[in-house]
Design a protein around this ligand. Structure first.
Ligand code: UT7
Length: 333
């Protein structure tokens, strides 16, 4: 019997390029507060959000994904035809199937790249980066495009006090490819399905169609419980990601946690005893919480504003509905 041949993959993988797309519409807290009996002061104090971006009709999930991807490809100097696989992390693609990734791969002009969506909510982008790392090192792909994209404004209830001010829209993308040196550390990831109910769609589609007044199945969140879990459990996951990469907090240049709440970011930084020299992503203040898109958006802003540079060591930590989480150390492209 013939033996199966396995072509070797690249020794290591790295992020080769980064790009993002922020929707044009800026929505200040003053536009949100009326429907939820809140105030600009409360929202800023409790979440750190001053304003968020919501997409217009033309800024579809596909459009934002393609724009962010084009910028990441240009940044990497990689042609779309070199992409073997497109992974889109999202929870806001409105068609159950096919995956939005297939449209993105087609519009970008890839050569029929493999394409699929990842549903790991706010942790989806870090899941995608982990998978891309493994694909490249195992030889199943040479270049992978990982996109985090969300249009959460469409599935946010503007009258829900616990979430109306948090969620937002946008997309970020990275090109992952072969490298002579390690550019992506081992992932620490997991899920806690016992807490499935803490962040979820209000109804499933079968309940929606039975409803006499059907509405979008908006997101609902038990904010305080998620807050406690994220603030304590995620600092430990972050530390494990550092340990597995053989990196200490002193070696880090940049900390890019999922942009869920500025107070969660600060609590994690305190628990991890991050030195003052580590620059911390604070994109949430002007962008809101964009779930799977938040980490690449935040890192791109840091690069634009000179807080992160190519070659820096960054710790990524993502967490959200599931409850799902993933963390890894990466070299900034
Ligand atoms: O991205 C996925 C992961 N998501 C997260 O990580 C989100 C985690 N959770 C959070 O960010 C926070 O829980 C929120 C920002 C959502 C809420 O902040 P909180 O400090 O946990 O507020 P709370 O729900 O404990 O409510 C505190 C108080 C309550 O009043 P009393 O009982 O203390 O008198 C609420 O009724 O604030 C009141 N409140 C509000 N007041 C003004 C709740 N929502 C609002 C509001 N405006 N929108």
């Amino acid at each position: 019997m013939a033996a199966i041949e396995i072509a070797p993959g690249a020794p290591y993988a790295a992020l080769l390029g980064l790009g993002s797309y922020r929707p044009s519409r800026v929505v200040p807290n003053s536009e949100i507060v009326g429907a939820i009996d809140s105030s600009d002061e409360w929202i800023q104090q409790r979440s750190g959000i001053r304003e968020r971006r919501w997409s217009t009709e033309d800024e579809t999930l596909q459009m934002m994904s393609v724009e962010a991807s084009r910028r990441a490809l240009a940044d990497a100097g990689v042609d779309a035809r070199q992409i073997d696989c497109v992974v889109v992390a999202t929870v806001s693609h409105m068609m159950q199937t096919p995956a939005v990734a297939t449209l993105v791969a087609h519009e970008l002009g890839t050569d029929q790249a493999a394409a699929f969506d990842v549903s790991a909510a706010c942790a989806g982008f870090c899941h995608g980066v982990a998978m891309a790392n493994d694909m490249i090192r195992s030889g199943s792909a040479r270049h992978v495009l990982v996109v985090g994209a969300e249009r959460l404004s469409e599935i946010t209830d503007p009258t829900d006090r616990g979430s109306a001010f948090i969620f937002a829209d946008g997309a970020g993308a990275v090109v992952v490819g072969p490298s002579e040196t390690p550019g992506i550390g081992p992932v620490v990831w997991g899920s806690d399905g016992e807490q499935y109910d803490l962040i979820r769609s209000r109804q499933d589609w079968r309940d929606v169609i039975k409803d006499p007044e059907p509405r979008m199945p908006h997101l609902v969140m038990q904010g305080a419980a998620v807050f406690r879990w994220a603030s304590f459990a995620m600092a430990k996951i972050a530390q494990q990601a550092l340990d597995r990469a053989g990196v200490s907090v002193e070696d880090l240049d940049v900390f890019v946690p999922h942009q869920a709440n500025m107070r969660i970011t600060d609590a994690m930084a305190r628990s991890m005893k991050l030195p003052a020299s580590v620059r911390i992503a604070r994109d949430i203040a002007e962008q809101g919480n964009t779930s799977a898109a938040s980490i690449p958006l935040a890192l791109d802003r840091m690069k634009d504003e000179g807080e992160a540079s190519t070659g820096d060591l960054a710790l990524l930590v993502a967490f959200g509905a599931g409850l799902a989480y993933a963390a890894q150390v990466v070299v900034v492209p």
